[in-house]
Design a protein around this ligand. Structure first.
Ligand SMILES: Cc1cc2nc3c(=O)[nH]c(=O)nc-3n(C[C@H](O)[C@H](O)[C@H](O)COP(=O)(O)OP(=O)(O)OC[C@H]3O[C@@H](n4cnc5c(N)ncnc54)[C@H](O)[C@@H]3O)c2cc1C
Length: 382
């Protein structure tokens, strides 16, 4: 859907040719933004191949090994990867969140140590922000990092919903180094193999286990593990979330593919008439989202701009509607059918889109306050 009729030129043609010819690691498939533990080894090999061919972290500046790629080229690359059923990168956290965050807040030594390893897939990263009592209200984080006399840090606490925790080499941790509130938070680089870190997988309703709980019990981090300033963690965390929204807003590729699969599934069951209107309106909406996203980036909107909250909100709600439409296309088969497993799985995970990276309600709050100028929410009491 979308690209078959185009006359292929330039970058897109080059990418399509490369994807057709590149050897595929066995078992590689488009696993989305986070690999399952069993997909991590193939994902790493693939990231290495992308790097060697010059397609790793296209959006990074050339000085850090990227390609300074235009938005159009990034979108073309993502679309071609989706068509070829391969992931566009190892996972979302290293290339899309940690890389740009280290470029902005990291020391020269951190950039030197970590950026090349993200590019080649040698290191996979996870994001250690959410806690059982600190999700939307992220400033309520309680995991504590206490500075020791020798400058090292001892971390105690619990994180949850850590995507890709099993398989990750490093995590970006938000922890409390001072008193309550935003000013008491700092961000750290955490080697996941550190003594005192325990990772417990959580099984999701779609059967996969991409999420984890991560427990810290007296885990010691080196003095230079801090990213940015002590007490400056809120700025780093919000910049990270801004990048997450920017990245999640770019989901159009998967949405077009899902709509094509839904049509096919409906055709096989003689149910096209039931879903045709829905597919048409969601297809148009997806195009609008894609072009709005491109425009926002081309006009220079910063990752934390409200524009990306609008896009995150509308994209994830549209994704959820596409998931629901899939169940209409399948009819009774949606209960479970091995043949339609990808569509059933897509329907199940679609609902997660409205939660991850800041829920739809939180995006609406941001819009109400920052775009519409409505009164701010009363601050929560600590
Ligand atoms: C697929 C997926 C991947 C994720 N990956 C990671 C990861 O890798 N690392 C990580 O740190 N976290 C991750 N998360 C966690 C995610 O960031 C949190 O789930 C999210 O921020 C919401 O927090 P919560 O689950 O604690 O819900 P809560 O904050 O408890 O919210 C519960 C409900 O209350 C609503 N609500 C809360 N506060 C307000 C308010 N002020 N106004 C209106 N409504 C409100 C919410 O919208 C929601 O509907 C992931 C989540 C998902 C679904």
């Amino acid at each position: 859907m979308g690209t078959d009729q185009e006359v292929l030129t330039g970058f897109r043609a080059e990418v399509r040719r490369w994807l057709a010819e590149a050897p595929r690691p066995e078992g590689l498939h488009d696993y989305g933004p986070t690999p399952s533990p069993e997909d991590v080894p193939t994902g790493r090999v693939w990231q290495r191949q992308l790097h060697d061919a010059g397609y790793a972290c296209l959006h990074w500046p050339a000085e850090h090994g990227g390609r300074d790629a235009s938005v159009a080229d990034q979108a073309a690359f993502a679309e071609e990867c989706a068509e070829a059923d391969v992931p566009r990168q190892l996972n979302i956290v290293g290339p899309d969140l940690v890389g740009p965050i280290l470029m902005r807040f990291g020391t020269e030594a951190q950039k030197e140590q970590f950026l090349p390893q993200i590019l080649t897939g040698a290191d996979m990263w996870c994001q250690l922000f959410s806690e059982p009592d600190a999700g939307s209200d992220l400033a309520a984080v309680r995991t504590r990092a206490a500075r020791q006399a020798d400058g090292t840090w001892i971390v105690d606490g619990q994180k949850v919903w850590t995507s890709g925790g099993v398989g990750a080499d490093f995590g970006l941790l938000l922890a409390r180094t001072g008193g309550s509130g935003h000013g008491g938070l700092s961000v750290f680089v955490v080697p996941m193999a550190t003594d005192g870190i325990e990772i417990r997988p959580l099984r999701q309703m779609d059967g996969e286990a991409k999420f984890n709980e991560v427990y810290f019990t007296g885990a010691r981090l080196p003095a230079d593990a801090i990213v940015g300033e002590e007490g400056g963690g809120w700025k780093v965390a919000t910049a990270t979330l801004g990048r997450e929204r920017l990245s999640l807003g770019a989901n159009a590729v998967g949405m077009f593919r899902a709509l094509a699969e839904i049509l096919e599934a409906a055709d096989q069951r003689g149910r096209r008439d039931l879903i045709a209107d829905g597919v048409a309106s969601l297809w148009v909406r997806t195009w609008l989202l894609r072009t709005t996203w491109e425009r926002a980036i081309e006009e220079g909107a910063e990752p934390g701009a409200p524009a990306f909250s609008v896009l995150k909100l509308l994209t994830s709600e549209t994704y959820r509607e596409i998931g629901d439409l899939g169940t209409e296309a399948l009819g009774a088969d949606a209960a479970w059918s091995e043949d339609d497993e990808p569509l059933v799985r897509r329907m199940l995970v679609a609902h997660a889109q409205t939660i991850l990276g800041g829920t739809s309600e939180i995006q609406r709050n941001i819009l109400a306050e920052r775009l519409l100028g409505l009164p701010r929410e009363p601050a929560r009491q600590p």
